[in-house]
Design a protein around this ligand. Sequence first.
Ligand SMILES: [Zn+2]
Length: 296
Amino acid sequence: MVLIPEEIVSQVIDRSDIVEIISSYIPLKRAGRNFKAACPFHNEKTPSFVVNPDKQIFHCFGCGVGGNVVSFVMKQDKMDFPEAIRMLAQKVNVVIEEVDEPTRRSTNERHLIFKINELAAEYFQDNLLSAKTKMASDARKYLKERNVDFGTVKSFKVGLAVDKWDGLLEYLKNKGVSLVLMEKAGLIIPRDNSRGYYDRFRNRIVFPIFDTRGNCRAFGARALDDNQAKYLNSPETIVYTKGHHLYGFHFAKDAITQEDAVIIVEGYLDCIMPHQFGVKNIVASLGTALTVEQIR
Ligand SMILES: [Zn+2]
């Protein structure tokens, strides 16, 4: 069977502008923030077919059809999902390579890594919020001194990697996660001189990095002592490419659309703090120089 990788499907949908695509079939008229037309799927004189560019969806108040750009093309051109994606891909210049079994396996692996990262984020947050150790209280104090409030810690899932070589490793092992997958997720590192692995993140405040769909792709971490590099990120993995993601994008998406503007800052706290005080159209570049991918 030939599959289109999920990553490509998302890319095609992200790049396809629903207004542009639909208006190549039927004439759209602007109506406030939306666009209107006579519905192509039922007979009508007064236009009740509405396209919302902010949400990238359409809806007909006459016959009730609606959906995103892909559903429109499927319905309009009587295509199935893969056909619609292939057609749109051509319009927005995304190359679709035919997918074989190994690629399909790696798609499954990507899902597993999202899941493992989610578990890790829960573990880190639990360390921060409920642990009664001195380190946890130091970390809470650190955040408090920077005025990061509890709600913000919760919603950004800020956590703590304790000062242990196998804290996360043991936690994930108990959840049935294999060492191979932990390493592929970038969470553990093989020991140099002996067998086994150790935790990548230790003695640090941890900031999970989510994609626009809320999947946890990687972690950024800030040291709590001065004996190690101040900032440490996940390495490149099959779900994380440096310079391709923006910290806080998941939380900022709606505000960016509303404000029609985005503020880009460098660090995690630079992003979190304004957000906490109501400036929500803000993202961080994750310490790298701003890349074309991020801007796009
Ligand atoms: Zn209709």
